[in-house]
Design a protein around this ligand. Structure first.
Ligand SMILES: [Zn+2]
Ligand SMILES: [Zn+2]
Length: 287
């Protein structure tokens, strides 16, 4: 396949997802399988692309990485999804009801406009949460395990300490009156962009795509192993546009990713990482 066609894979995937939500029969959109089917379908597709259009041989998938990725993907959907529905979205919807918060004008806008408003708004929160994680030690300790990844692959965006995964799932979208199609489109398009932004796929999307959306080129720079200071750019999980607005955008790519001594962490080490400063103090000799 010609490189110029490979480069179109990310925008083509986004277009296909948007077309699905925009054109699918109402019964499909409302079916409980629709959202998981599109989400899982996207991951399977992009993961498969890694085996055909590899970007860096050093990031090649192996069984240990694959098993860990699958574990986190399931954990994110079942546990983090349940937590954020129970602790964030549920209470927000109750508050919306009680306080009479309504945005009926929003649901009247065209499908694409609604989907992009939801995506850019959710990502604005993500941007500041992520930036805070790189600027305040207690938050950094929850986010650091994501930066200890020593290779990037389609599902790597779902890997991190559970506290961090919960924090990045927080958003205020539940307060908005959105058409269900637009809401689902914003969720699945946002994930698809983030999946491509972590995937070992040799696609370099067109300039207009990279102007608004995060690409593997810019996100790999955020994961660079060169120094902690060099990771403090390109915070947008799927919308890099916010980095351009707030002055943290940096162009570049890094094939070598990881943190400190580039040691790969086990799941146990990822989960206990925020306790490290306390454990270290305890292990240090008295006096
Ligand atoms: Zn980060
Ligand atoms: Zn990442």
């Amino acid at each position: 396949m010609k490189q110029s066609l490979i480069n179109l894979l990310p925008p083509a995937t986004i277009a296909a997802i948007l077309a699905f939500w925009g054109l699918a029969p109402a019964a499909w959109v409302e079916a409980p399988w629709a959202l998981p089917a599109v989400a899982v379908g996207t991951v399977v597709f992009v993961q498969a692309l890694e085996f055909v259009f590899e970007r860096h041989p050093g990031w090649r998938m192996n069984w240990t990485e694959f098993a860990t990725d699958i574990f986190y993907y399931a954990f994110f959907f079942f546990v983090i999804g349940w937590l954020s529905d129970t602790l964030v979205n549920g209470p927000l919807m109750a508050m919306k009801e009680e306080w009479g918060i309504a945005t009926p004008w929003l649901a009247e806008l065209p499908f694409l406009v609604q989907a992009m408003i939801a995506l850019f708004l959710f990502e604005l929160g993500q941007y500041w949460m992520h930036r805070a994680m790189h600027n305040w030690t207690p938050l950094w300790l929850t986010h650091a395990p994501h930066h200890h990844l020593t290779q990037l692959n389609a599902m790597k965006g779902y890997i991190g300490n559970p506290i961090e995964l919960f924090l990045i799932s927080i958003g205020v979208i539940a307060l908005l009156d959105l058409d269900l199609r637009a809401l689902f489109a914003s969720i699945t398009v946002g994930s698809a962009i983030a999946i491509y932004a972590h995937a070992n796929v040799s696609a370099n999307p067109p300039i207009w795509y990279g102007f608004f959306f995060t690409t593997i080129r810019n996100h790999s720079l955020h994961h660079t192993a060169t120094s902690y200071e060099d990771t403090r750019c390109n915070y947008g999980n799927s919308v890099i546009f916010w980095d351009r607005v707030f002055g943290t955008y940096k162009d570049g790519e890094s094939a070598i990713v990881g943190q400190d001594d580039r040691k790969r962490l086990s799941i146990w080490e990822q989960w206990t990482f925020p306790l490290r400063p306390f454990l270290r103090k305890k292990a240090a000799p008295e006096g």
